[in-house]
Design a protein around this ligand. Structure first.
Ligand SMILES: [Zn+2]
Length: 182
């Protein structure tokens, strides 16, 4: 695996201990603020740049209900220019983590250590989000249809302008030449 930007936090951070809720019985709940403004690995091949929001964990009869709103920022490719950029999106979560005895009834469950792991859930959501179109900026110029080069770089624009100016400067002289030769 390549890690383009050195350090990152371990996804272990996304494991929440819910033993106290399990023993408290149905109806018990606890809010859980998440504030991770740093690069965090959520899977072998997947990182998010930041993760913030508020979660509420509620002990339900069959498990732990996880609800909340998150803001996730991750690096993805622009659909127009193919550059990688940081894209933020909001996510509403409502997911039941089943008790081990109910395992198999839901996609997620409380593990043997009375922990729930947010990483697989977040990975799913980030992959879904990444499958939608997104552009690095509203006015992204994308790639040149002729050369396939990126059209966003400032140098490209000034180079284009210089060419225009040159062309503009030469044209009248050529016109005069043409007249003289006529
Ligand atoms: Zn772009």
């Amino acid at each position: 695996m390549n890690h383009p930007r050195g350090s990152y936090l371990n996804k272990r951070l996304l494991r929440l201990q819910v033993g106290f809720l399990l023993s408290a019985g149905p109806g018990a709940c606890r809010s859980f603020p998440l504030n991770i403004p740093q690069r965090l690995q959520i899977h072998e091949d997947l990182f998010v740049e930041s993760l913030t929001g508020d979660l509420v964990l509620t002990r339900a009869k069959d498990g732990i209900l996880l609800q909340g709103k998150l803001e996730i920022c991750h690096r993805r490719e622009c659909d127009r220019c193919l550059d990688s950029f940081e894209h933020g999106f909001k996510l509403d979560i409502a997911e039941l983590f089943a008790l081990p005895t109910f395992a198999g009834k839901t996609d997620f469950c409380v593990d043997g250590n009375n922990e729930i792991d947010l990483a697989p859930l977040l990975r799913e959501e980030v992959l879904i989000e990444a499958s939608y179109r997104a552009v690095c900026r509203e006015d992204c110029h994308g790639l040149s249809a002729e050369t396939g080069d990126k059209l966003n770089a400032e140098s490209d624009w000034s180079a284009a302008r210089e060419l225009d100016t040159e062309a503009g400067a030469i044209d009248p002289r050529l016109a005069v030449l043409k007249q003289l030769l006529a």
